[in-house]
Ligand binder design. Structure first.
Ligand code: M6R
Length: 614
């Protein structure tokens, strides 16, 4: 939700900021803007649309300067237009400010500032910040950093902000609470700042992850200084970045989403690397080792997440219940936090998040932590807020996921949950030894099987072409395949804008069957396993109503093939591992249907990759 970049140093800021904004565009693409401080003063350029629209807008305007800030917006308050775009500027033109988050008490602050003569030009919550800081600076005579600190004492909400002041050249002041900010320390006094490390990695590998309540002063002469909200100096902790630059490029694929779908054999392998040891028949999850016994003793596991991460959590529920015999509840983080849930001190809460920044998931963690539960994280982004706020956790190691639609993050999350459930099951003795070893062998074989599934792409594309004009689609699955049906439906609706619903196959006859006619594609996961015969009956029910069935079947299947309109084969696998294979053709189907409909698959309308607002 909004991407922020900043730079102070000896190089020209504008090209650095534009490159940085391109990397952060996945966070929001309603508008973009920059403010550059240079010999021509403080120049601000901003407009509705994407970073490429900003470049066209800037075209010709001199943008010389070695200090600057940039923003790409996902609108919360105020429609996406030029005026609501960031940066926002103080009335006297001294300050420019960018913001990611929501200022919850902006209305009373705005009223107060208006009563004192400030004029607002935008409908955003952000604009109050720039006037408030300006007001304090002029009335209190404080420097920029102190004015920011005092202003933030009055603010309720979430923010990552960066301010530039034409009276303080060579300096940027940044602050964070609940929205992420990373500072890069480059050569020769160069300092970078961004919502995540992706704009920084090509300049330096030395980074400081800002903590909540911190204010950072990035100064060309004096380097980086960090203070807390009480004005006490803090020593910044410098860490080394591990992301590879190539991971941020499309690598010859037309879209990030397709690249990320194809990366899954590698990303699933990486999420098992060093953790699954076939020779020793062991699973070691270093990040949660100290909490292993607590998980083994747990009477209950709560899993929280949003969107795709919630779907992965549902697969986790089936896995923990089957292998570790621990009751599991899977909760939408947003519902969990507002429902006064019963949380016990011996509960284990697993928070799942690709970005590690999802506001609702963070709030759910805070709530459960406050009630004494043990919180484990499954995150993809290293150093993210969720990774830091949990007691312990395991990274998925899927590599940067840039496409807004989550693909490889899902399979990596499910892989980790599988490892956890098997590990706990083995420790508890709830899986028989021979079965455990067989399952480890099967799990190890999954990446090669995913490679095989990817070979169905041409067939999937052909099927997508037939149904690309569909207005609705239904996804059905049972057991482990029910969360896959939900995930397939989410993928289709978010990138192709075709209305899609996922259902447990047996629930179809309790309502959704009324929707079925000869226009309706029904995508059914009908692989060999515990509920195969039941799903075959559900397919018959669809066919009896002239629905069109696209079935995901096990290699060699003949029964479903005879009744379905189309069938896509995936290799045989234990039920528990089917989600890792069955989801792949569904990802490809959504991708191709969306591309054929002319949709922007990497940046679908109204969405953002990282949802840092509630
Ligand atoms: O970063 P997170 O995993 O916490 O994000 C959760 C959801 O916002 C995310 O999965 C979203 O649903 C994706 N667009 C799904 O493709």
């Amino acid at each position: 939700m909004c991407g922020i970049v900043g730079y102070v140093g000896s190089k020209q800021a504008y090209p650095l900021l534009i490159n940085g904004l391109r990397r952060l565009e996945y966070r929001g693409y309603d508008s973009a803007g920059v403010a550059i401080l240079g010999t021509d003063g403080l120049i601000v350029s901003k407009c509705k649309g994407r970073v490429s629209d900003l470049e066209a807008h800037v075209n010709g305007t001199p943008m010389a300067g070695t200090v600057g800030i940039g923003h790409t917006r996902w609108a919360t308050h105020g429609e996406p237009n030029d005026v609501n775009a960031h940066p926002h500027v103080s009335t006297n033109g001294d300050l420019a400010l960018i913001h990611n988050g929501i200022i919850e008490n902006y209305a009373p602050l705005k009223e107060e500032l208006i009563s004192r003569g400030y004029k607002f030009s935008s409908e955003t919550d952000t604009e109050v910040l720039v006037h408030l800081i300006d007001d304090i600076r002029r009335n209190e005579g404080t420097d920029l950093a102190e004015s920011v600190r005092l202003a933030l004492e009055n603010v309720v909400g979430a923010y990552a902000i960066v301010v530039v002041d034409r009276n303080t050249p060579g300096t940027l002041v940044a602050a964070r609470k609940s929205s992420p900010l990373v500072i890069g320390i480059g050569e020769g006094g160069d300092l970078f700042l961004a919502s995540d490390a992706t704009p920084i990695v090509e300049h330096t590998r030395n980074v400081v992850y800002m903590e909540d309540g911190e204010i950072a002063i990035l100064d060309r002469e004096q380097g980086l200084r960090v203070r807390n909200i009480k004005n006490q100096e803090k020593r910044p902790s410098i860490q080394a970045l591990e992301i590879q630059l190539e991971a941020l490029e499309k690598g010859g694929f037309e879209h990030f989403m397709l690249k990320e779908i194809y990366e899954q054999p590698r990303s699933i392998r990486d999420s098992m690397r060093g953790r699954l040891n076939l020779a020793q028949g062991s699973i070691v999850l270093g990040g949660i080792k100290d909490y292993e016994q607590r998980i083994v003793n747990a009477k209950r596991i709560l899993i929280v997440g949003c969107g795709t991460s919630w779907h992965a959590g549902m697969v986790g529920e089936y896995l923990f219940e089957e292998f570790a015999r621990i009751p599991v509840e899977v909760e939408y983080a947003s519902e969990f936090r507002y429902r006064n849930p019963v949380i016990n001190e011996d509960d284990i809460v697993i928070a799942i998040s690709q970005s590690g920044e999802t506001a609702d998931t963070l709030a759910a963690i805070e709530l459960a932590k406050g009630r004494g539960a043990t919180i484990l994280g499954i995150c993809n982004v290293v150093g993210s807020s969720i990774a830091r706020q949990t007691h312990a956790g395991s990274y998925t190691h899927a590599g940067p996921e840039i496409g807004v639609a989550s693909t490889k993050a899902f399979t990596a999350q499910v892989t980790l949950l599988t490892l956890m459930a098997l590990m706990v099951g083995q420790r508890k003795g709830t899986i028989d030894g021979a079965r455990y070893r067989q399952l480890l062998l099967e799990l190890e074989a999954i990446p090669a099987k995913v490679e095989k599934v990817l070979k169905t792409e041409a067939q999937v594309k052909y099927i997508g072409d037939i149904y690309k004009e569909a207005r609705n689609a239904l996804y059905l699955g049972r057991g482990y395949s029910f969360p896959v049906a939900l995930e397939g439906a989410l993928k289709l609706k978010e990138i192709s804008y075709i209305h899609a619903e996922g259902y447990p196959a047996a629930e179809m006859k309790h309502g959704p069957i009324a929707l079925i006619d000869e226009e309706m594609p029904v995508i059914v996961i009908a692989t060999h396993g515990a509920s195969y015969e039941k799903v075959v009956s559900n397919i018959q029910e669809v066919k009896a109503r002239k629905g069109k069935v696209i079935a995901i079947v096990t290699e060699g299947d003949t029964t479903v093939k005879e009744i379905a309109d189309h069938s896509i084969e995936i290799p045989a696998s234990p039920d528990a591992f089917v989600p890792l294979l069955a989801v792949v053709p569904l990802q490809l189907l959504s991708y191709h249907m969306a591309v054929m409909r002319g949709c922007n698959v990497d940046q679908p309308r109204n969405l953002a990759k990282s949802v840092t607002v509630e």
